[in-house]
Design a protein around this ligand. Structure first.
Ligand code: AMP
Ligand code: ZN
Ligand code: FE
Ligand code: FE
Length: 285
């Protein structure tokens, strides 16, 4: 069984539509794929409708969080997408992404970059708008060669010259909301130090006590030492260990299924979830 529990579509900042994502996941030989767009569930219906036979879809989202001034991402799986409190929180974060994008564009204009809202809105389409869309605009304008190159202090990295914060949920509140909606919580790429400051182990321990289910360990942003350290921490805290690609289509170089999750861990995630069930593919509509 090959299981990839963290992927983005055009519902947020991936470049595959949800239908393309599930087709590409099947073509990559995956048995299970999770759709975890940033702060939104709007890709679900299209992914389910296009789901190839033999591929199971895990519905989820990657929630933008912040604790003690440090941004972090919480993967939420198999929650009830209609549970009103979590739904309201996702909307709050998503809605705030729009004025925040305008703010980053204004800062870029101030730095002499002629990026416009029209350009960013065209790139984002109906996806939840984020820095990778602004980064793609910078690539189009020839300011940087790749999306990744826009994530520096010079441009869009946390605290960078054109960075603007958005509303982000307290992770303890996120855990409470996800549990209330019957879902399972996994702290995404907790050791991704290239992206900025990371959350200390003491805070991860507090999250474990508050109901965090697991941490994502096998991820492209973690080197071998970081993975070993996080695996040890998960053992100490009784947390599940996952691995995932964090696929973004052509906005990142990582491939679907490049990192995967152990089938036993996947089984445990599905046993804990009560808000939704994995969807087995029947061959598409
Ligand atoms: P936002 O949620 O709008 O603040 O954007 C954060 C997203 O930017 C992350 O979820 C990643 O998808 C993407 N990102 C962060 N760092 C990088 C990087 N170095 N290269 C490419 N994408 C990145
Ligand atoms: Zn993303
Ligand atoms: Fe993330
Ligand atoms: Fe992600």
């Amino acid at each position: 069984m090959r299981i990839d529990l963290h992927c983005h579509s055009t519902a947020s900042d991936g470049t595959d539509t949800p239908a393309e994502l599930v087709r590409n996941a099947a073509a990559a030989g995956l048995d299970v794929v999770a759709l975890t767009d940033h702060d939104t569930t709007r890709g679900y219906a299209e992914a389910v409708a296009a789901l190839p036979e033999g591929l199971t879809l895990v519905t989820g989202a990657e929630l933008s969080c912040r604790v003690d001034g440090v941004s972090m991402h919480m993967l939420a799986y198999l929650f009830d997408p209609e549970e009103p409190d979590l739904l309201a929180e996702r909307e709050l974060v998503r809605d705030d992404r729009v004025p925040r994008a305008h703010g980053m564009i204004a800062k870029l204009n101030g730095l002499g970059v002629p990026v416009t809202w029209e350009q960013v809105a065209r790139i984002a389409g109906d996806g939840s708008v984020g820095r990778p869309h602004v980064a793609s605009a910078l690539v189009e304008l020839g300011v940087v060669p790749t999306v990744s190159d826009a994530f520096t202090q010079e441009w869009l990295a946390d605290g960078g010259r054109a960075y603007v914060e958005k509303h982000e949920t307290d992770p303890f509140e996120a855990i409470r909301l996800v549990k209330q909606a019957g879902g399972v919580c996994v702290f995404a790429h907790p050791g991704a130090s290239k992206r900025g400051r990371t959350v200390p182990e003491s805070a991860i321990a507090e999250m474990a006590a508050a109901g965090l289910d697991g941490i994502e360990v096998d991820h492209m942003d973690h080197d071998e030492d970081t993975r070993a350290r996080l695996r040890g921490l998960a053992g100490e805290l009784g947390l599940l260990v996952t691995g995932s690609s964090d696929y973004h289509g052509s906005r990142k170089t990582v491939l679907l299924g490049e990192y995967t999750t152990d089938p036993e861990v996947y089984g445990e995630i599905t046993r804990r979830a009560t808000g939704a069930f994995p969807v087995p593919g029947t061959g598409g509509a």
